[in-house]
Design a protein around this ligand. Structure first.
Ligand code: NAD
Length: 498
């Protein structure tokens, strides 16, 4: 079995703790991907000290040249796309077409970052005083702490690190403990592309490593994606320590299928939205609101289609749905099935561990649909993070929108309709960071911002140019070349009356 190491101070090194954990394939727990460091605070301290040196060097490199390194990262990711997708499926479980998409998102993010190296613009505006210039520009911040979840093992780290690097920061990266292999190969690629070694540090381990990064006084900027519960703890520490923080957290996303919808399209959309990535997406469709008039027909087609999905190893051809990430997730999903049944929701399909020859060794769970769910019930309110869909019904637009908006999360929403007025109304009134029309609740493009409102986020966004605002400090410069004292708000260009 291969033993992997941290990358600290320009070297692949063993953790100071001397401890390791095993990373297993969730589709077959007898397949061990490797041993990875179970690091501790001492490893984080060394990584941050080195990253400070990396920052001193990298922040002086011109931004277009920093962008060029990211372009080479994009080239290498492209060359190694199939290999990366394969190793990602092995440690995370989602089918190859999804892990290929995950790598492609990293490639898109790299090429976008490369262009941003030439666009880190500020503003030059007219000064209110004569012979004076007024302008703003961007500066790097320092060492960025990057803490990521398991469900997009490559895309999410790239969303964070690539803009952080183009802005001139150094990164201390802690990938989720369930997907350390993808994180390690990503760092190898970044180094091969020419990133100076001390600019990137990789520290494997559990939540303790994340906490040590967040609490380190020399990490002024933290970007975290994960559960709302963990994000709250991260936020408390960062608030106390006056750190800049981006939080991307949980979701409870609804798809609304209206009476005039193209039902074939909506059916494909809900299957992909609810059961893709085995429901383990922040943007997963976990609630379906059906118009009364289409409810019965659509639901019966949906249940048939869900029963027809093929569960299995994501590396096998024909697999639609892979396993859950680990046994604890499966137990959590089981608990929610019990909770749904206890309140009288109709379990129409699934609701149990998937059994069968090739499934017994993995953390598989059958695609599950509950009907007759009511707004406010726990399965309708809480993030389950598994293949469980709750179906509600109504014939009132106001009620459908209220159901969508009646949860503590606000990531994405979706409406299937042919009514253009209703579509635009939905974009205005659904309380989410992203609203899709005639598409499921998932799917992000690198050049638009991604993130949610309410307890999904804290106002920042990944992606788009917006994330470059997050990773850079705005500095303002005034140059007065009048040769005399000009007092802002007192001496204007007409001169003062005295
Ligand atoms: P998680 O919160 O368990 O872990 C996320 C990361 O935080 C991991 O690397 C973990 O080791 C680390 N961590 C754990 N405790 C910590 C602590 N005290 N301090 C600092 N770091 C700590 O989340 P997960 O199970 O890996 O991912 C699933 C969650 O992520 C879901 O809630 C999902 O909705 C969310 N998510 C959100 C988005 C988004 O963009 N909004 C995207 C993907 C996933």
């Amino acid at each position: 079995m291969k033993t992997f190491q941290n990358f600290i101070a320009g070297q692949w090194v063993a953790p100071a703790t001397g401890e390791y954990f095993e990373n297993v394939n969730p589709a077959d727990r007898s397949d061990v991907v490797g041993r990875f460091p179970l690091s501790g605070t001492e490893d984080v301290n060394r990584a941050v000290a080195s990253a400070k040196r990396g920052f001193a060097q990298w922040s002086r490199v011109a931004a277009p040249a920093r962008g060029d390194v990211l372009r080479r990262v994009g080239d290498l990711l492209t060359q190694r796309k199939a290999e990366l997708a394969d190793l990602m499926t092995r440690e995370m479980g989602k089918p190859l077409r999804e892990t290929s998409g995950d790598v492609q998102e990293g490639i898109d993010t790299a090429y976008y970052a490369a262009t941003m190296g030439r666009q880190l613009s500020g503003r030059t505006v007219p000064s209110e005083l004569a012979n004076k210039w007024a302008m703003s520009f961007r500066q790097p911040i320092g060492v960025a702490g990057i803490i990521t979840p398991f469900n997009f093992p490559l895309a999410i780290p790239t969303w964070k690190m690539f803009p952080a690097l183009v802005c001139g920061n150094a990164c201390v990266f802690k990938p989720a403990e369930d997907v350390p292999h993808t994180g390690a190969v990503l760092v190898e690629i970044m180094l091969e592309a020419g990133l100076p070694p001390e600019v990137i540090q990789l520290v494997h381990g559990a939540g303790e490593v994340g906490r040590a990064i967040v609490e380190h006084p020399d990490v002024p900027v933290v970007s975290f994606t994960g559960s709302t519960e963990t994000g709250r703890m991260v936020g408390e520490t960062c608030g106390r320590m006056h750190k800049r923080l981006s939080l991307e957290m949980g979701g409870k996303n609804a798809m609304i299928v209206w009476e005039d919808a193209d039902l074939d399209l909506a059916l494909e959309g809900v299957l992909w939205g609810a059961f893709g990535t085995t429901g383990q997406r922040c943007t997963a469709t976990s609630r379906l609101v059906l118009h009364d008039r289409v409810h019965d027909e659509f639901l019966s087609r949906l249940v048939d289609a869900a029963r027809g999905l093929t569960l299995g190893d994501g590396r096998k051809k024909g697999t639609d749905v892979g396993p859950l990430i680990h046994e604890d997730s499966r137990k959590k999903v089981e608990r929610y099935v019990d909770i749904g049944q206890a309140v009288g929701a109709d379990l129409l399909c699934g609701g149990r561990r998937a059994a069968g020859k090739s499934l017994d060794d993995g953390f598989f769970f059958e695609p599950t649909i509950f009907a007759r769910v009511r707004a406010g019930q726990r399965i309708e309110q809480e993030e389950i993070f598994g293949p469980v869909l709750s179906v509600l019904r109504t014939s009132s637009v106001d009620e459908a929108f209220a159901i969508n908006n009646g949860v503590k999360y606000g990531l994405s929403s979706s409406l299937y309709t042919r009514d253009v007025n209703l579509a635009f109304r939905a974009m205005n009134e659904l309380a989410n960071g992203i609203t899709y029309v005639n598409a499921p609740t998932i799917g992000a493009e690198a050049h638009l911002p991604f993130g949610g409102v309410k307890q999904t986020g804290n106002g920042h966004r990944e992606g788009g140019w917006e994330v470059y605002e997050f990773y850079s400090e705005t500095k303002v410069g005034y140059v007065d070349f009048s040769g005399r004292l000009q007092r802002a708000q007192i001496d204007n260009y007409l001169g003062t009356p005295d």
